[in-house]
Design a protein around this ligand. Structure first.
Ligand SMILES: [Zn+2]
Length: 82
């Protein structure tokens, strides 16, 4: 696990590593998010899921959650997903 220049906090820190998310989102997080910000999102995401009443088993809700993940981590939405 190497150092990354984190897109969210701007620090050079240990990267989040494999986060198990699909496609470009998982790749962006592995390349551009530090372990600390990732952990912060993991605890925040529980509140986000409850707040929006998301059911991550459903595709539509999962897409919404991925969108919120990008927003929280300050990763721009890739052109292919606009
Ligand atoms: Zn960070």
């Amino acid at each position: 696990m190497g150092l990354v220049r984190c897109a969210r906090c701007g620090n050079e820190r240990e990267g989040a590593g494999k986060v198990g998310l699909p496609g470009s989102l998982g790749e962006d997080i592995e390349a551009r998010i530090c372990a600390e910000c990732w952990r912060e999102w993991l605890s925040t995401q529980i509140r986000v899921i409850n707040h929006y009443g998301l059911r991550p088993a459903q595709r539509e809700d999962r897409d919404k959650l991925y969108e919120l993940t990008r927003e929280f981590l300050q990763l721009a939405v890739p052109v292919s997903e606009v």
